[in-house]
Design a protein around this ligand. Structure first.
Ligand SMILES: [Fe+2]
Ligand SMILES: [Fe+2]
Length: 343
């Protein structure tokens, strides 16, 4: 949906976005009250990492977060929609298991996380060396789908943990949720960063602009968070995020200063340099250590969670850097200064 149309509808949103193919179109029609949620042959034939399948899955998951202003809340537990979500998840998880190079042990998977690429090929390396303000704004738009609900997908794992793992996870989540201070909730800090960059902070506002690769990184979190059977992988995923965050946040904080992005933009990443250095230790020793002490058979799942995070983050980085190196926008619809280009 065009941005002006979103604004004209008023209210808080978020609103259903434009469909990207047969599956996402059918899911949207169903959410609006018409037709079956999707044909199984369309689900089976849609490219698994493509726009249509990833958006359809994202729409199904979003009903468990803040939903859509134009969709009844009761759809969250609609059995027909859950059946479609299950089929989409099956395709996604099957592809992830096939495409993710698996480490034999959690220790090996964790050790590889700390090996910085020698050629500095990550997004934070690129932004640090070459980033201009328009790159920074595009990065914020793509990441806003997660950061405006930062830590929410991981909160679902809490009832599935016990003892040290539960206490460690809750301690980190308490920090992510601002330690009791609404102005320090990390999602709030990210909204402040977006304000610095002249972006709209409405939850889900940039869903139309975000690429399939960005949607897939968020879908992974929802998939792992919503399934108790995947609690080990959720913990591995969370560890991967926290362990890689601190050095990347240092580079991004420097980028914000160099590009003059603004004080709140600097603060978001400065905050993560220090906070995630602490979170890394808690996640390693209490969350992973505690979980594997209770349930040692989950080791391969924890390693999978670490590895699959790298797999999807690499796909996301390839998409952004491929566009930027060619001097092009990484978004489905480019931004113009201040507001989106969308008519
Ligand atoms: Fe955070
Ligand atoms: Fe953190």
């Amino acid at each position: 949906m065009a941005h002006d149309a979103r604004r004209a509808r008023g209210g808080e949103g978020p609103w259903l976005p434009s469909a990207r193919g047969a599956v996402s179109a059918a899911v949207e029609e169903y959410l609006r009250g018409a037709g079956p949620p999707a044909r199984s042959q369309d689900v089976a034939s849609a490219p698994v990492y493509g726009d249509d399948l990833q958006l359809a899955l994202y729409l199904c998951y979003e009903l468990h977060y803040r939903g859509f202003a134009d969709v009844p809340e009761s759809h969250e537990w609609d059995p027909d929609l859950l059946r479609v979500r299950g089929a989409l998840e099956h395709r996604f998880l099957t592809a992830l298991r096939a495409d993710t190079p698996a480490h034999d042990s959690v220790e090996d998977a964790l050790a590889d996380l700390l090996v910085e690429p020698v050629d500095g090929t990550g997004i934070s390396h690129y932004l640090s060396a070459n980033g201009e303000l328009w790159h920074v704004r595009e990065y914020a738009v793509q990441r806003s789908l997660y950061h405006l609900k930062e830590a929410d997908p991981h909160a679902w794992v809490l009832p599935r943990l016990w003892g040290r793992a539960k206490a460690g996870m809750a301690a980190v989540e308490f920090d992510e949720y601002g330690g009791g201070r609404p102005d320090r909730v990390h999602a709030r800090l990210f909204a402040d960063l977006m304000t610095d960059l002249g972006l709209d902070t409405t939850y889900g506002y940039y869903l139309d602009e975000a690429t399939a690769e960005a949607l897939a990184t968020v879908n992974l979190m929802s998939l792992l968070g919503l399934h108790r059977a995947l609690r080990g992988a959720l913990v591995g995923h969370f560890a991967a995020v926290e362990i890689t965050s601190s050095p990347a946040s240092r580079r991004l904080a420097e980028t914000m200063r160099r590009t003059g992005a603004g004080p709140a933009a600097e603060h978001f990443y400065d905050e993560h340099v220090e906070a995630d250095a602490v979170h890394e230790q808690v996640v390693r020793h209490e969350v992973i250590g505690g979980l594997l002490a209770e349930e040692p058979h989950l080791g391969p799942d924890v390693a999978f969670g670490i590895d699959v995070t790298g797999h999807l983050e690499n796909r996301f980085a390839d998409r952004l850097l491929g566009a930027w190196r060619a001097g092009k926008s990484s978004l489905r619809t480019p931004l113009r200064s201040g507001i989106s280009l969308n008519p």
